[in-house]
Design a protein around this ligand. Sequence first.
Ligand SMILES: Nc1nc2c(ncn2[C@@H]2O[C@H](COP(=O)(O)OP(=O)(O)OP(=O)(O)O)[C@@H](O)[C@H]2O)c(=O)[nH]1
Ligand SMILES: [Mg+2]
Length: 324
Amino acid sequence: MSAFRTAFEFGSRKTLGHWFPRHMGKGLRQMRALLHKVDCVVEVHDCRIPFSGRNPLLSEALSSKPHLLVLNKVDTAAPSREDMDILERRLDNEDIFDYIFTQCSPGEGGALDQSISEIIPRCVDIINRTSRYDRECDSSLDMMIVGVPNVGKSSLINAIRRKYLHKGQIQRTVAKSPGHTRSVMFRIKVCEKPLVHLYDTPGILEPGIGDLHCGMKLALCNTVKDHLLGTAMIADYLLFTLNQKKEFGYVSHYNLKEPIDDIRKVLLHIALRDRKYKVRKVLTGTGDQIVKIPDYEYSAAIMLRDFRNGDLGRFILDNLRARH
Ligand SMILES: Nc1nc2c(ncn2[C@@H]2O[C@H](COP(=O)(O)OP(=O)(O)OP(=O)(O)O)[C@@H](O)[C@H]2O)c(=O)[nH]1
Ligand SMILES: [Mg+2]
């Protein structure tokens, strides 16, 4: 195996495609309007990209309130003790002191992760450190859950509600694809003592993300729609990242002989393995001919699915020791 690429070639692409559906603009306006009613803003973000892709529009719009950063999906990042130390030092350097790592999706047998118990006490602590001016209702602590799409905002509400109200029934619907929650809904009671209400909000992405590395990582975490960058390009970025990080689990997962840096070879291998072809009509001297070509799009979608399911390794995508 020759040396791996050291840089990713984006070709002629300069920015991420524009994905700012109307519900996001409306959601941001609703969130601003609601701000005077809340005591604390809980920003949920994907733990695999602690330094990439947080939306500056959200931070600016909501900065007047106490803030907790929830780095969710810690199970998909599986940080080592050393990673955690570096991560915590870098967060401190960026003046982010109020953060927490969580897993909001149910674990084995539907059990809640222990981290769910820490969220409300941390919020209460942050609120108590700040004077509660500028709000209307005094009897309840109200918190707004914000973040980019698909990071687990609705899942967090469900988990806290299950923890304190012992409600098995799901209050907020969750989905595997981004852009599921579309409007700021009414207050959802999640806890009696102290009385706490949460507002779920739609995931809001920064329009026109300029940094393509950041865009790719957001795409790998399934926070933007795949078609904005194209599944094949995202799969190539995935392969590049796996090789850079020496995460070679894909070699045995796909039954390859050795690590490969050429995405076409991996996509071809998967398409042939699964016998997935596209039928094309080609014009020849003797008339039209039907040819079968390997379905690369299918293979790219399989790679993304496998990564998102944690089958190709669990790790932090951001380079903790550098800028990205
Ligand atoms: N592995 C893992 N998956 C999670 C976790 N939390 C949520 N998910 C999954 O992430 C996906 C998105 O969850 P949602 O709660 O709908 O995310 P959201 O932020 O409300 O998404 P939008 O409403 O689209 O902005 C779902 O498939 C969840 O099951 C977690 O801690 N670990
Ligand atoms: Mg949601």
